[in-house]
Structure formats: structure tokens, C-alpha cells
Design a protein around this ligand. Structure first.
Ligand SMILES: NC(=O)c1ccc[n+]([C@@H]2O[C@H](COP(=O)([O-])OP(=O)(O)OC[C@H]3O[C@@H](n4cnc5c(N)ncnc54)[C@H](OP(=O)(O)O)[C@@H]3O)[C@@H](O)[C@H]2O)c1
Length: 274
């Protein structure tokens, strides 16, 4: 991936899953990589792996603990990172959490936590980066999900936060074009990471059955494969980056045949409920 050679990247959520896989791939492509997450121990272990994947001595690596849901923390830490590591060419906002359950069992606090992290986290990172990135242009990549393009049973807070990220990206794209900042939004289906294990583990029986059914047709991606598709899309400056044929088919069906798609979902849930 020559495109990334010598480029400077920030990756929020770079200590695990898709973000870590992207950081490793970028380090092995000659990029300078900075990662951000909350847990210091996990981040240090990740940074060691990323540094070990470097292909040249001149590459720079950096990590900083930051909670994306806290706007004061984000603006302080981004300012510090820019001073210590420089302005990124590309920002990949991958930090996120997930929650699941029937809506009636989802507390205000649990719902709020997901929205604050996934939606406000995206807003906070983009807003804090903008004053720096607009100086030289660049690329902001927002990691949403297939669950941000079609509603998933039992994932009311998660799916809502992911739809919001897609809407936010649609608005940023024309808005930031005047600063020569490109926007991409990545919407993969299931990727094998700690987040997906957690999400499926706590999902209601209907969601688990639906996931099991779709896994027969659409295999979960490895984080490495997801990161590869993500970075290929970034290189091509695609706005919407989908991962895997089944995601493309699901998205196409939902967008073009919404009535039929909902009917099939309702019938499947009813059948599974029996
Ligand atoms: N796995 C999937 O099936 C899948 C599918 C579609 C989309 N996605 C999306 O991909 C993104 C990455 O998920 P993943 O599957 O790679 O999950 P993961 O392995 O759990 O990684 C999540 C990362 O985000 C960080 N993070 C979480 N909350 C944070 C906060 N408040 N502030 C800063 N960093 C935070 C985590 O580190 P700390 O906990 O240390 O902060 C970790 O580095 C998420 O946005 C997710 O919605 C995942």
C-alpha cells in the first residue's frame, strides 16, 4: 500500500480490533501512526506491536490516552498530539462501543453511554481536529457499521448511533470540501473483534438467531481483512466504503426494496420467535 508511505495518520480506537489491524497494516506500509484509546496498558501493548511492524527507521509512532466521549479531554489531547506528533494527513475515527437488548430493558444511562461515545465521540474528534486539518487539507474517515445503514433487531442504541455517524458524515462531506478535507464512512458487517463478541453475547435471542442465520451466508470478516478493505477505500477516496458482497447486497436491498426487506425481517423474527 504505497499510497500510505510517509503519510501521518491518527487512529482513535487504535489499540484493538479494526483500528489496531489498520495501524499494523499502515506501519508495514511506511506510515507514521498515532493511536488513541482509554486503557493505557492495552495501548502500550498495541503500540509495541505497531512499532515492530515498521519498515523504516524514520517512521514515527505515538500514543495518547483519550476518552472520545469527553469533549474537554478530546480538545486538550488533540492539541497536545498535534504539538508532539504533527497534523495528520488522515484521521481514522474507529473508537466505539456497543450495547444490545430489548429496548424496554435499555436504561437511559446505557443508551446515553453509547450515544455519547459513538456519536458525540465522532463529533468531538472531528471538531477538535478541524482547526488543524483545515490548514493543509486531509481525509477524515469515520468507522460506522452496516448497522448504520439498516436497523438491527435489539441494537437500538448501537444502530441509532451508527446511523447518526452516517448522517454526520453525509453533512461533513460537502461542508469540509472547501478546506480540501475528504470524508469517508466505513460500514462493515460483522468483524471478529472483542466488540462483536460482546455485542452478540448480550443480544436478545432473536438477534442471536438472525446473526446465526446471516453468518451462514455472510462470514464475519477478520480485523485484518476489514482493515485492508477500509484502507483500499481510503486510497480511492470513496465516500461510502462497504465491506464484503453480502453487505453490499443487504444495503442495496434495504435501500431499493425497503418494504420487502422489512417484511422478510418481520417474518423471520416471527418464525424464530415461535
Ligand atoms: N466488530 C464488528 O463487528 C464491527 C462491525 C461494524 C463496525 N464496527 C465498528 O468498528 C469500530 C471499532 O470496533 P472494534 O470491533 O474494532 O472494537 P474493539 O476491538 O472493541 O475496539 C474498540 C476500540 O475503541 C476504543 N474505545 C472505546 N471507547 C472509547 C472511548 N470512549 N474513548 C477512546 N477510545 C475508546 C477501545 O479502547 P479503550 O477501551 O481502551 O478505550 C478500542 O481501542 C467501532 O466503531 C465499531 O462500532 C465494528
Amino acid at each position: 500500500m504505497d499510497y500510505f508511505d510517509g503519510k501521518r495518520l491518527y487512529i482513535t480506537g487504535g489499540s484493538s480490533g479494526i483500528g489496531l489491524a489498520a495501524a499494523l497494516l499502515l506501519a508495514s506500509s511506511g506510515a507514521h501512526v498515532a493511536i488513541f484509546a482509554r486503557n493505557l496498558e492495552k495501548m502500550e501493548a498495541a503500540l509495541n506491536r505497531i512499532e515492530a511492524a515498521r519498515v523504516s527507521r524514520g517512521q514515527e509512532f505515538y500514543s495518547l490516552s483519550m476518552d472520545v466521549s469527553d469533549h474537554t479531554d478530546v480538545s486538550t489531547k488533540i492539541k497536545r498530539a498535534v504539538g508532539e506528533f504533527g497534523i495528520p494527513d488522515i484521521l481514522i475515527h474507529c473508537a466505539g462501543i456497543a450495547d444490545a437488548g430489548y429496548f424496554e430493558d435499555t436504561s437511559y444511562e446505557a443508551f446515553d453511554n453509547v450515544i455519547r461515545t459513538n456519536l458525540y465521540g465522532t463529533r468531538n474528534v472531528a471538531a477538535s481536529m478541524l482547526p488543524y486539518m483545515k490548514e493543509k487539507g486531509g481525509h477524515i474517515v469515520i468507522v460506522s457499521a452496516l448497522a448504520g445503514l439498516l436497523g438491527v433487531f435489539g441494537w437500538s442504541s448501537y444502530s441509532a448511533s451508527k446511523f447518526a455517524q452516517v448522517g454526520f458524515s453525509e453533512c461533513l462531506r460537502p461542508d469540509l470540501a472547501r478546506y480540501n478535507i475528504a470524508i469517508s464512512v466505513f460500514c462493515p458487517g460483522e468483524v471478529q473483534t472483542p466488540l462483536s463478541d460482546h455485542l452478540l453475547g448480550i443480544s436478545p435471542p432473536e438477534s442471536k438467531a438472525l446473526a446465526k442465520m446471516s453468518s451462514k451466508i455472510m462470514k464475519a470478516l477478520s480485523p485484518e481483512k476489514a482493515a485492508e478493505i477500509l484502507l483500499e477505500g481510503v486510497e480511492k477516496k470513496k465516500f461510502l466504503i462497504l465491506a464484503g458482497n453480502m453487505s453490499k447486497i443487504s444495503y442495496f436491498a434495504y435501500r431499493n426494496l425497503p418494504g420487502l426487506s422489512r417484511k422478510i425481517l418481520d417474518m423471520t423474527v416471527m418464525r424464530l420467535g415461535r
